[in-house]
Design a protein around this ligand. Structure first.
Ligand SMILES: [Zn+2]
Length: 76
């Protein structure tokens, strides 16, 4: 299936702090938006997660256009 639009609007991206799963073949990661008391575990495979960074669209709540930022495989 193809979810791509004909032309992607330009969404500014920035290096964002994330937690990434340490399991090699797992794509689990989450934005570091929350103040974890402990290191989180992957919700896909329960492996430990490590701090990492990823180029992600800048979250901008001012325009309310949440559809534009729904890409990637964020899990929550
Ligand atoms: Zn995982």
């Amino acid at each position: 299936m193809n979810y791509r639009k004909k032309s992607l609007e330009e969404i500014p991206e920035e290096s964002t702090s994330i937690w990434a799963c340490t399991k090699e073949d797992c794509k689990g990661w989450m934005r570091d938006n929350f103040a974890f008391e402990h290191e989180p575990t992957c919700r896909l495979c329960d492996s430990p997660m490590v701090r990492d960074s990823k180029m992600l669209p800048i979250l901008n709540n001012s325009n309310g256009d949440l559809k534009a930022i729904k890409k990637g495989v964020q899990i929550d």
